[in-house]
Write a protein that binds this ligand. Structure first.
Ligand code: GLU
Length: 389
């Protein structure tokens, strides 16, 4: 059983940040909170995860900059507020991330960008490229042009779509709610907190009330909808409070949060996709011991890799070639080719010393691997090899 608290075991993490966390109605942007969040993001990136941010707050910040009175805004007013707020929001992210020498890239999406396949692939390619160069995509809905029929309207579901689109394995929804309760806790003293949600059943859906505050559109309803989108495509989801500084560190040190387990089926879908890649970006040639380990359902450790062919980046699909030269599996590799070459044949414990950071223990984690050939026992294989001779 994996520990859900250790965020850094995830490869790609989407963090959704609610407006109320970033913007104070009176004083505007919460700079200190943002700086602390960026330090948390930098720490996750250092440990090897790709991080994407879905940041709300454009309308709230625009309201504050324009000093608009509280209360509902007309569509064109909120679009103008978003236009003013988004530019300030993006600048704030870019500035705070730069403290840790991280580059931010702004992505504004409309519903059509994630629903139409061609635009979806285009948006995905841009986001992937940003990740490849080590930047943090700062994503929001393009509120300035989105009208009610063609908009998400809430960033919870947008974040879930971004998570599935980019193959993220964890979505973290940070807002002023620390997780899912059996009933709204401020109304029902008997409400129980749910720490782990194995599956989003109709009962779980019924627990999600509708309420939303003025600053945040999404209540629990949109969070559960996001959970359905994310978990059915194999992405875990955490709902946690972002009200304290450094909420990501807080989750890791055990702060209360609700964890939604990814459903089992999508792993198969992802594995099917891995197996179906037309052209693996490289080859990892492994030894007999590693082959036996793979046959027993284990991950591929650097120690068992003898030779590496090709140029690839972390997350690319590579073929795993057995001692007899035939492909036995494929998987998403945890290291860039040059790093993989440096640690090939070495013990996992030596990775930090060699690369200068504590990378993943496995060259390819078993969850990211699919066998493409049957592995028979050693003696059978020797017989077979002999018959070819
Ligand atoms: N896109 C909106 C904004 O940035 C926020 C939507 C939401 O709060 O979910 O203001």
């Amino acid at each position: 059983m994996t520990t859900r608290k250790s965020l850094d075991r995830h490869r790609r993490i989407v963090i959704k940040i609610g407006s109320a966390l970033l913007v104070d109605r009176k004083t505007g942007l919460k700079k200190a909170w943002l700086d602390a969040m960026c330090a948390d993001i930098a720490a996750l990136k250092k440990k090897g995860a790709d991080v994407l941010v879905v940041s709300s707050g454009a309308i709230a910040l625009g309201r504050s900059v324009l000093d608009l009175p509280s209360g509902a805004l007309k569509l064109e007013e909120s679009q103008a507020a978003a236009a003013v707020g988004q530019i300030a929001l993006a600048r704030a992210w870019s500035e705070s991330l730069s403290h840790d020498e991280i580059v931010a890239g702004q992505i504004l999406l409309t519903l059509g960008d994630t629903e139409e396949r061609r635009r979806y692939l285009n948006a995905r390619a841009t986001i992937n490229q940003l990740l490849k160069i080590g930047a943090v995509p700062i994503i929001n809905e393009n509120d300035t042009v989105a009208t009610s029929e063609i908009r998400y309207g809430d960033n919870d579901r947008l974040a879930a779509r971004v998570a599935t689109m980019t193959g993220a394995d964890l979505l973290i929804l940070l807002s002023d709610i620390d997780g899912l309760y059996t009933a709204p806790p401020h109304l029902d003293p008997e409400a129980k907190f749910l720490e782990t949600i194995a599956e989003i059943t109709p009962e779980i859906e019924a627990m999600a009330g509708g309420a939303a505050s003025e600053l945040s559109r999404g209540g629990m309803r949109t969070k559960i909808d996001a959970g359905k989108i994310a978990t059915t495509s194999g992405c875990a989801m955490i709902i946690a409070s972002g009200k304290t500084d450094s909420p990501l560190s807080a989750i890791e040190s055990g702060a209360r949060s609700s964890w939604f387990a990814p459903s089992g089926t999508p792993v198969t879908a992802r594995k099917t996709w891995i197996a179906g890649q037309l052209q693996p970006a490289g080859e990892l040639h492994i030894d007999e011991g590693a082959m036996t380990a793979l046959g027993a359902g284990k991950s591929l450790l650097p120690a068992g890799v003898r030779k590496i062919n090709g140029i690839f980046s972390r997350g690319d699909t590579v073929a795993i070639i057995g001692p007899s030269g035939r492909e036995i599996a494929r998987g998403l590799v945890s290291y860039d080719a040059d790093e993989a070459r440096q640690i090939a044949g070495r013990k996992s414990a030596e990775i930090e010393k060699i690369l200068g950071y504590p990378g993943r223990a496995a060259m390819i984690h078993r969850d990211d691997m699919v066998m493409t050939a049957q592995i028979s026992s050693k003696s059978e294989r020797q017989k077979k090899d002999a018959s070819y001779a």
